[in-house]
Design a binder for this molecule. Sequence first.
Ligand code: GLN
Length: 249
Amino acid sequence: MKITVGHLFPDYLNIYADRGNIAVLTRRAAWRGHELEVEAIGAGDALRPGAHDLYYIGGGQDREQELIAPALAAHGETLREAVSCGTALLAVCGGYQLLGRSYRDQSGGELPGVGLFPLQTVAGERRMIGDVLLECELEPGERRTLAGFENHAGRTFLDEGAEPLGRVLAGFGNDGESGYEGCRAGRAIGTYLHGPLLPRNPWLADWLLAEALAHRTGKTLTLEPLPDELESKAHEVSAGRARARGGRF
Ligand code: GLN
């Protein structure tokens, strides 16, 4: 089957090899006989509701975020509608921040957001940097860990009742205080975790692929498991570094 992906602003938001997440999704889909068709979407491109099964947006420095925030916000209505109709989405760090209501950056500028996630972000003095380990439960009763790397000045505050992606076992997370990281809204996932994230967390890559396939087919499909020896080792090394780092500040 063909899975269509809208990669938002790939030329601006792509630090820490965030583009690697697309490579992992492409390869893991192909190993199951599916094809990932990736379309780069920028400022002047029209976004068609329902045209994509999955959206992806990476991270970036404040400067890049300032350059694209108004154009991304202009796609806001279509992105919100698409996700409310079941399109899957992964947003990393700077992209995650801009899918909230707003990001007040380190220069004090208020960058408009898409308002897809019920949250807003304000940059603080001190950057939150290092290996991170989360515990997630995207499917009831299925507890899993996510391991990655964070580097952000932004402190993200979720609205009352908003669903975080996971509980911080080691690292700073959304704001270094709440003990939570990321945000989830249906099939949309936002996170501060770079790395890139998916090579060392193949279960999340498969979760996103299954959600994207469900959007395309209207059916819940199970992906056949893959050996993932190398991926599991990469996860353990990353998780080990995070645990060794322990708590916050
Ligand atoms: N510029 C944002 C911040 O500093 C996001 C950084 C990133 O994407 N790593 O918080």
